[in-house]
Design a protein around this ligand. Sequence first.
Ligand code: COA
Length: 260
Amino acid sequence: MAYEHLILERETGVAIVTLNRPAVLNALNLALLRDLDHAITELRDDDSVRVVILTGAGEKAFVAGADIKELAELTPVAGKAYAAAGQRVFAQIEQLGKPVIAAVNGYALGGGCELAMACTIRLASETARFGQPEVKLGIIPGFAGTQRLPRLVGKGRAMELILTGTPIDAAEAYRIGLVNRVVPSPALMTEARALAQALAASAPVALRHAMEAINGGLEMTVADGCVLEATLFGLVASTDDMREGTRAFVEKRKATFTGR
Ligand code: COA
């Protein structure tokens, strides 16, 4: 399918989605959100894709937030629908069933930070900057930032980031657990590809259910989360990949997983 505002490329086992509005620092307008929605559905249904990398076009930005020109025109009803649409697309990313790596190559502000947080793992270039500056525009985060940020970095830090609106650099984002790793800018995509290939070599059904256990369990009591984990463990223990993985270990060879 052809996209207006993003580039979708496939390499072996890995898809790279580049958000592509560099003239406005890849700001998320409705058309880009729609493209992202369709791309995620396309990648979900493509069994040849095991891992997705999400990044921004240009040198400066991952995503500098929701498109402020569009925001300025919103009515209350349209604003509610807009936030719900963004939340739905980001939830699809979180629940894709395949790891999504955010390769954050610059500003990840507002909706950009929220998008990175919806991804499974975040790699940041040294030049990346993260923040939720919405209060400076007289609004609050609307793409689940008030929910995902405290879960990632704790309530106190989320309060400070959201209430001050002040961005932080990549080193600070790493220190507070907002990103998994910081790498020199020229190495960002190489690192992202290497991580993607490592994940693509793992058993896809195992990855899918590990993510489901973590994401689902975070919304439950520990006891209920353990029931979910045991159930998914039992399910995964019946797969061809489980037999292949355990057999390969015994036979001292590398496992080849088929996703069945
Ligand atoms: N929505 C719409 N356009 C945006 C945008 C956004 N979120 N962020 C940047 N742009 C546009 C700018 O208007 C500018 O367009 P122009 O050349 O037509 O004037 C272009 O992108 C380049 O941005 P500019 O501000 O000139 O770059 P900078 O390097 O001076 O500053 C930022 C970079 C990220 C600090 C600054 O663009 C910014 O504060 N953006 C808004 C961030 C924000 O509040 N996001 C949350 C939205 S809810």
